[in-house]
Design a protein around this ligand. Sequence first.
Ligand SMILES: [Zn+2]
Ligand SMILES: [Zn+2]
Length: 153
Amino acid sequence: MIQKTVPAPADLGIEVIGVPQGSDVELDLKLEAVVEGVLVTGTATVQLHGECARCLDDIAYEETFDLQELFFYPGREVEDDESVVVDETIDLDETLRDAVVLELPFTPLCSDDCLGLCPECGFNRNDDPAHSHGEKIDPRWEGLSELLGETDN
Ligand SMILES: [Zn+2]
Ligand SMILES: [Zn+2]
């Protein structure tokens, strides 16, 4: 096993969540020579930073992703999505990108039961689950309540 910490490449993420460029990526890799090339398997542990889709709070957590990629020896025709050993080194950026980006949640949440923001005033309801603006009168009944108010007089 090879254990290595490398800086995260740029754009390792999607709009709402991702790995900050330059943050630590811990790689735990096994390299096996196979007939066609080098088979890389293992895991990458990254620091994810994002924004809760409901309450917009910052989210930060660590997650481990599985990696597997066959790097073909040079001199062989490869498809666009296949990798090649170049100058006796392998470039894991694309492998990392495929493993991490495809697994990221499109609507990350700070917690599964996040209460989100108040639709009326934007208050973060996680700070006070009892937050409310009182009973709202249905606008269709406003005329009626005025009428009733008049008869009360
Ligand atoms: Zn939230
Ligand atoms: Zn409110």
